[in-house]
Write a protein that binds this ligand. Sequence first.
Ligand SMILES: Cc1cc2nc3c(=O)[nH]c(=O)nc-3n(C[C@H](O)[C@H](O)[C@H](O)COP(=O)(O)OP(=O)(O)OC[C@H]3O[C@@H](n4cnc5c(N)ncnc54)[C@H](O)[C@@H]3O)c2cc1C
Length: 464
Amino acid sequence: MAYQKVTAMNVQELVALTSPYRVTTQIPEAMTHDALNVVAHEPDVIIKPNNTGEVAAILRYANHRNLPVIVRGGGSGLNGADVAVEGGILLDMHRMNHIIELDQDNLTLTVQPGVTIRDIQTYLDNTTFFYAPEPGQGLDSATIGGNIATNASGMWGLKYGGTREAVRGLTVVLPSGDTRILGGKITKNSSGYDLKDLMIGAEGTLGIVTEAILSLRPKSPVIKSVLLPFDSANRAISVIPKILHAGVTPTSTEFFGRRITKYWEQYAGKQFPIQIGAAYLLMAFDGNHDSAVAADMATAVSLSQNNGGLVPYPLDTQEKYRHLWRIRAELLPAIQNTTSELTEVDIVVPRSRVSELLDYIHVVEYEEQVRLPSIGHVGDGNLHTYVCRDGLSDTEWPEMRDLVLKRLYAKAAELGGQVSGEHGIGYDKKAYFTDFMGTDYLKFLKSVKQIFDPNQILNPGKIF
Ligand SMILES: Cc1cc2nc3c(=O)[nH]c(=O)nc-3n(C[C@H](O)[C@H](O)[C@H](O)COP(=O)(O)OP(=O)(O)OC[C@H]3O[C@@H](n4cnc5c(N)ncnc54)[C@H](O)[C@@H]3O)c2cc1C
């Protein structure tokens, strides 16, 4: 697809639609890539819209002139989804950062898309409510717009689901400039096609979210957490279905191995709190009554012990709890710290097949002589595997990366999984996604895109 380049005249006209103070052709380097820098490209112009009306005016303008439009939230994505790979207009949503309404009776929070997840948590600190999807604890930049566009999930996904489960309504501007309200404060809806759910996870390719109605939950007065060490990863992972069968749904089940905690020790310059175990499950449980939550945790601990678990490490003080969950949040930076460059693979498989996936990752590591440290929300069947460049040359690295990704995605297909559980396809994974789903399915997806965006101006070069 050939696009027009934004001209000086276009910039003047875009200023007239917005404000000279919020349109710039001086492009900061940070706005040319996302967190993993898998692809970098400058937009022609950056605009910081103030409201839905401005977003609509910009899209209408761009649509008539064949100018690409890319939306950027916090830039914390991992697949280059917010990079202006074709140039064009980058909409930086940071000014649309208002929390509009807390509706206690309907348990909703209405927000603009540039509000960060951190802002939401801080706002709710003084209330009795919480917003459950919290991707990347300790990650300050991720916005709700970015979370919605990637259907982000996080540590609490096992019990409370991901972003899709927590969004009730959206205001969306389509590439034509038309504004649509999808869903609302309602808790159920059987009224025609659910386009809200289509927008969630669309990676900014179908419409721009300018307002969201989020579902809140009352805070659980009791939260308990424990670190369970095991002598093998398979033992750790295979206990999770047993815990769920016993009628216990942990709030979270985070998996990592001893190798990763060693990386963290190097990164943090501190010792990991326990030195036993080859693999760990960091689990949390919440509820209204201390005795019920304690009983759930005791059941999980006992099942773990029967499954080869070693001595558990209860996080029975605020200090221990905060420390361990902070460590969990630092595992990705700790892995990044061990290598010059890495690629992230976000495969999701049925929960019962995670062990097979992990075994296969070890086989690939051995056969290809490449480092593939893995961590993940294993209760959700979601493993994050990091392909580390280490000493590979400029020619060896892309070849190795491609080989490893192809092998891992082929295994994911065999196990009944998918390319991405929560990070999306973006720019980086689109070729693999096409291979994975097949051209017929991709043709079908493109026909959906065509309905929303016949001129293909919105976030070109992403997903397919
Ligand atoms: C250390 C670290 C930990 C992480 N942990 C997790 C995790 O646990 N779970 C998880 O799911 N992700 C995680 N991520 C990935 C990342 O935080 C998420 O993908 C997040 O949702 C991206 O939000 P963002 O605001 O930074 O969006 P960006 O990266 O800027 O953009 C992501 C996508 O959203 C689109 N977009 C942004 N705003 C809008 C809008 N208003 N309307 C339409 N489209 C829009 C962009 O065009 C792009 O396609 C982690 C990342 C890092 C660096």
